[in-house]
Design a protein around this ligand. Structure first.
Ligand SMILES: Nc1nc2c(ncn2[C@@H]2O[C@H](COP(=O)(O)OP(=O)(O)OP(=O)(O)O)[C@@H](O)[C@H]2O)c(=O)[nH]1
Ligand SMILES: [Mg+2]
Ligand SMILES: [Zn+2]
Length: 303
């Protein structure tokens, strides 16, 4: 039997079988590899199971098509949060808290470097002055080729379109705290009753923090991975030479660099730097590239 891991925690795994049945499963002894991180089973993993007298056992984990990775700042260690995600919806707010290109670039780079197709969602467009923030962001990222969805969870603007996008495959919503990720999912599927900032403040219990990662199934048929937050996005472990390919609008210019292995930072006759000078590549994007590059390159000094 084949299934997808739906929830992890406490040494037990909830698995959604191909026929839709959800079962609790444990690991076969030989799969328990002493907690070695890279062998950890995460949500989204496709597994084969066997039914035993006393329940289900995971026998094998299939090769992953993608990994959502959280790097720690300045270190080589990383954690795989989810496997085999089809899409990542990078959520920011036009206001409260106000998005900027630097934040958006970090979120998009997280998706690109994890090989999970990112889409930009700009929430809270109902707030006064939101248009002045949302419009330029939308134009910038659309011109690069990204799908951009301006939405409002409260005013229910654009929520139907977001729902359509979420209704196939496994997706995830990633973004800073308070931008409205839970509110958007509640707007799409009120049955979820996810806790939002306001409610948790009223209850005086502080913010809801996801302890165990899980996959939520939407009534429309899609799945959304709910993973612990990305308050701090770091790029320490990305090979610097891969970064240029994570900026889609750089790709056409990479071949024009004089040097093989050009880092596009200070080499002469660099296709990327030339495109920035001509205004073909936006300066904010190039600045984000340089920042990520210095963070990624930093790692080499750790040996
Ligand atoms: N004006 C306005 N407020 C919104 C909108 N969406 C969410 N909010 C408010 O923003 C606050 C945070 O929303 P949440 O949905 O909890 O945000 P989150 O992204 O899930 O935050 P974390 O779970 O902490 O990561 C709440 O007070 C919501 O009511 C929106 O479209 N417009
Ligand atoms: Mg939330
Ligand atoms: Zn170059």
């Amino acid at each position: 039997m084949i299934g997808v891991v739906d929830q992890t925690g406490g040494g037990s795994y909830r698995v959604r079988l191909e026929d839709g049945l959800v079962v609790e499963a444990s690991l076969r002894g030989r799969l328990k590899l002493g907690g070695a991180k890279k062998d950890r089973i995460v949500i989204g993993d496709r597994v084969s199971l066997e039914q035993l007298d006393d329940g289900w056992a995971i026998e094998r984990v299939e090769q992953r098509t993608s990994e959502l990775v959280k790097w720690s700042r300045g270190k080589r260690v990383h954690r795989v949060l989810a496997a085999n995600l089809d899409r990542a919806f990078m959520v920011v707010a036009a206001k409260d808290p106000q998005a900027n290109p630097e934040l958006v670039d970090r979120l998009l780079l997280l998706g690109e470097s994890s090989r999970i197709k990112p889409t930009l969602v700009i929430n809270k467009i109902d707030l006064p002055g939101a248009g002045e923030v949302a419009e330029p962001l939308k134009n910038l990222y659309q011109s690069i080729g990204y799908l951009v969805l301006p939405v409002s969870a409260i005013a229910e603007v654009g929520v139907g379109r977001l729902e359509e996008e979420l209704c196939s495959g496994i997706s995830t919503l990633i973004g800073p705290s308070g931008v409205g990720k839970s509110s958007l999912l509640n707007a799409i599927d009120p049955k979820l009753e996810l806790r939002t900032g306001e409610l948790s403040r009223k209850g005086g219990t502080g913010r809801h923090t996801t302890v165990n990662a899980r996959i939520i199934s939407l009534s429309c048929g899609g799945f959304v991975a709910d993973t612990p937050g990305f308050g701090d996005i770091a790029f320490a472990g990305i090979p610097p030479s891969e970064l240029g390919h994570c900026f889609p609008e750089f790709r056409d210019h990479l071949a024009l660099c004089r040097f093989r292995g050009c880092s596009h930072v200070s080499e002469p006759d660099c296709g990327v730097q030339a495109a920035v000078e001509k205004g073909v590549i936006p300066t904010t994007r190039f600045r984000s590239y340089l920042k990520a590059h210095s963070e990624a390159a930093d790692l080499s000094s750790y040996g």
